[in-house]
Design a protein around this ligand. Structure first.
Ligand SMILES: Nc1ncnc2c1ncn2[C@@H]1O[C@H](COP(=O)(O)OP(=O)(O)OP(=O)(O)O)[C@@H](O)[C@H]1O
Ligand SMILES: [Mg+2]
Length: 428
């Protein structure tokens, strides 16, 4: 999977190791002390591009929380994002500007590795969640500041569509009644209309055919052909992601950041009384049916319960969940589903100072995966010593894995596998 950044509104905070760490290390088998190097990587957010055979990709993973006004988006955001400070209240359009927060991806393997290597700390992979203002019918025509809100959706990698499934007469529903099918249709139609509008404008420009060189002409033709097929799908009420595209076509339309190319998870937001048996709630059943028809994911949560949980001391949380008839919070599921939806994979580095989960895109080679840590690792890549998570745990250390022949030495064409524990050899 590859993507370009459609991001303009989010701040970047990334700190890199001092250059001196990499100077004068010309021994081809010099292996940095990972713990020392990684110590400097306080990467709160990354916006780094990597070359891939198909195109440029970036690793800033963003999931946008989208839905009608007053359905519980900010409540969910505050629960997912530790110390989330989004204003959540019972009136539509409470949120105007997007709230952004970083969330750790729960992964039990991290602690196991950290314990084995006696690491001083364990650093999980992360995703960024963006709480976006509510959309209403007519948003693509500018209704309810619609164009502005749609542009915020344009900048995320995937969409979590919150659908109200709880009945509560005190909480205003913008259309006067809880009706997931209509609510989902309103949002999806606005996304479709917005894409159609974008495509129409782009087609006007493409008609003039500005490219002079043969390569440029090929790209223009590819873009036209892809957009025509997407336009047809959208007019049939299908999202752009349902259209099969070649690598080139996918690449040349990327700059449009079409909303319906983004993968979607439906988040059925239920009342606390429904948590124990959500299948009994007909609204949930409706969302399940739709999610399956639209080939999208589904997660059931109670945003209200999750946000109340975050206010409780950790030792009281399980008691509270038990009193509602459930054994765990739904947020772990939501975060993991989002990570999977983004086509992300994890590899690990592990040492005395730190065990860290690194996020890569499925299909990345060893040098590209090394480049996630630092571009010098990619440029000067020599080999990667790699062992699967299970083998590493069974062996108990890199040295033992090497002795048992479980540690493989892989070259630059190696495709990094989910859960690989890696050491890179590089030359700068
Ligand atoms: N599962 C739930 N059960 C009951 N009440 C809920 C639930 N989820 C959210 N609420 C309530 O719904 C109201 C609206 O929530 P919130 O502000 O999070 O909505 P929003 O979608 O962010 O709205 P806006 O689009 O206006 O920003 C709040 O009063 C919140 O407490
Ligand atoms: Mg809100």
């Amino acid at each position: 999977m590859s993507r370009i950044a459609c991001s303009h509104f989010l701040p970047i905070v990334a700190r890199y190791p001092p250059k001196s760490l990499f100077l004068g290390k010309t021994d081809p088998f010099y292996r940095p002390n990972f713990a020392d190097v990684l110590h400097y990587y306080v990467i709160i957010r990354r916006e780094r591009s990597f070359s891939s055979s198909a195109s440029k990709i970036t690793m800033n993973l963003r999931a946008g929380i989208v839905g009608l006004p007053n359905v519980g988006k900010s409540t969910l955001f505050n629960a997912v994002v530790e110390n989330g400070k989004a204003h959540a209240a019972n009136f539509p359009f409470c949120t105007i500007e997007p709230n952004v927060g970083i969330v750790a991806v729960p992964d039990p393997r991290l602690q196991v590795l950290s314990d084995i290597c006696k690491s001083q700390r364990a650093v999980p992979a992360s995703i960024e969640f963006v709480d976006i203002a509510g959309l209403v019918k007519g948003a693509s025509q500018g209704e309810g500041l619609g164009n502005k809100f749609l542009s915020h959706i344009r900048e995320v990698d995937s969409i979590l569509q919150v659908v109200r499934c709880f009945e509560d007469n005190d909480i205003v529903h913008i259309n006067g009644k809880v009706d997931p099918r209509t609510d989902i249709d309103v949002i999806n139609l606005e996304l479709v209309f917005s894409d159609l509008d974008q495509i129409e404008k782009r087609m006007e420009k493409l008609k003039k055919g500005k490219a002079k060189d043969p390569q440029g002409k090929v790209k223009e033709e590819a873009e036209k052909s892809a957009l025509e097929r997407i336009q047809q799908a959208l007019m049939d009420g299908k999202p752009a992601r349902s259209v099969t595209l070649s690598d080139l076509e996918r690449d040349v339309i990327k700059h449009l950041c079409l909303l319906t190319t983004k993968p979607v998870i439906y988040v059925a937001n239920v009342a606390e009384s429904d948590l124990a048996d959500p299948g009994n709630n007909p609204h949930v059943e409706e969302v399940m049916k739709l999610a399956s028809e639209l080939q999208s994911g589904l997660v059931i949560v109670s945003a209200q319960v999750e946000s109340e949980l975050t206010d409780l001391p950790p030792e009281e949380r399980l008691e509270y969940l038990k009193s509602l008839g459930v054994s765990e919070s739904g947020l772990g599921n939501l975060i993991r589903a989002t990570y999977g939806l983004l086509g992300m994979r994890t590899y690990f580095t592990s040492g005395e100072k730190e065990t860290k989960a690194w996020t890569i895109v499925a299909g990345m080679t060893a040098p590209q995966a090394a480049g996630i840590i630092h571009s010098d690792f990619e440029k000067g890549f020599i080999r990667a010593e790699t062992v699967s998570y299970d083998d590493f745990v069974a062996a108990g250390s890199f040295a033992a894995a090497r002795e048992k022949g479980l540690l493989r030495s892989e070259g630059k064409d190696y495709i990094v596998q989910e859960g690989d524990v890696m050491l890179f050899r590089f030359n700068v």
